[in-house]
Design a protein around this ligand. Structure first.
Ligand SMILES: *Cc1c(COP(=O)(O)O)cnc(C)c1O
Length: 235
């Protein structure tokens, strides 16, 4: 049985130590607890331990959790792949989406964000290891997507997100993350206000902090191993 409170306490202590080690300002790195494929009881334990931000990748799995925990003052971040038939509910039930990677998805989320809610916070998912996947915006397409997102009143562009290919060494992990950091700085230098650099997971978050991350997305390191069998994967 995982003790979520102990995991969280230890992880936050390590994150603060890592900030110091890499000369990052104290408390500049926040933790998104990735609760996908984890039971609601573990999320409740994390809430009791003071965790406020949770990440989910699959809408069907997330919705019952969001509804059951509707009375808690917590924040839900959608971090999974976007599909057009899911954007409406995502725009209604989440406060953040980290995985915006096309004009089309940005437009759908903007149009489907309910008028009574504040703008949906978004990060653009960048394809930093370009040779590998189709997921994520390619660096050359980033600026046109940013310009477009800035015209959408129901979206609030907050930053960038990436899931680099797994690397063997700390140094090569840093190199991948630094690609995202330099793009982030480049965009800021052009006068676009960004405050969120979402990178680093259970196996590489130290390198992400060294490279400048300010929002880590950690699942296993908080909740233990995911239960793949209990979750139906519709996608
Ligand atoms: C699952 C997932 C995570 C968390 O992964 P861990 O290795 O369990 O920390 C982070 N980001 C995204 C996009 C994920 O899908």
């Amino acid at each position: 049985m995982q003790n979520i409170k102990t995991n969280l306490t230890n992880l936050l202590t390590q994150i603060r130590a890592c900030e110091q080690e890499f000369h990052r300002p104290a408390n500049s790195v926040a933790l998104l607890a990735v609760s996908k494929q984890q039971p609601i009881e573990k999320i409740q334990q994390a809430i009791a331990a003071g965790q406020r931000c949770f990440g989910e990748s699959y809408l069907q799995e997330a919705l019952p959790k969001i509804l059951a925990l509707a009375n808690e003052s917590i924040e839900w971040h959608f971090i999974g792949p976007l599909q057009s038939n899911k954007t409406k509910k995502i725009a209604e039930y989440f406060q953040w989406v980290h995985s915006v990677d096309s004009l089309r998805m940005a437009k759908r989320l903007n149009n489907q964000r309910p008028a009574h809610l504040p703008p949906l916070n978004i990060c653009l998912e960048i394809n930093v290891s370009a040779e590998n996947t189709k997921k994520g915006v390619k660096s050359e397409d980033v600026f046109s997507l940013i310009d477009y997102c800035l015209t959408l009143p129901n979206l609030k562009l907050r930053g960038l997100m990436a899931i680099p290919l797994p690397q063997k060494t700390f140094e090569s992990q840093c190199l991948e993350f630094q690609k995202l950091t330099s793009l982030y700085k480049n965009i800021q230098e052009r006068g676009v206000m960004l405050d969120t650099l979402s990178m680093g997971m259970s196996n590489d978050w130290q390198a992400a902090i060294a490279a400048g991350a300010n929002l880590l997305r950690i699942g296993t390191g908080v909740f233990g191993k995911r239960n793949h069998t209990s979750v139906a994967h519709p996608e």
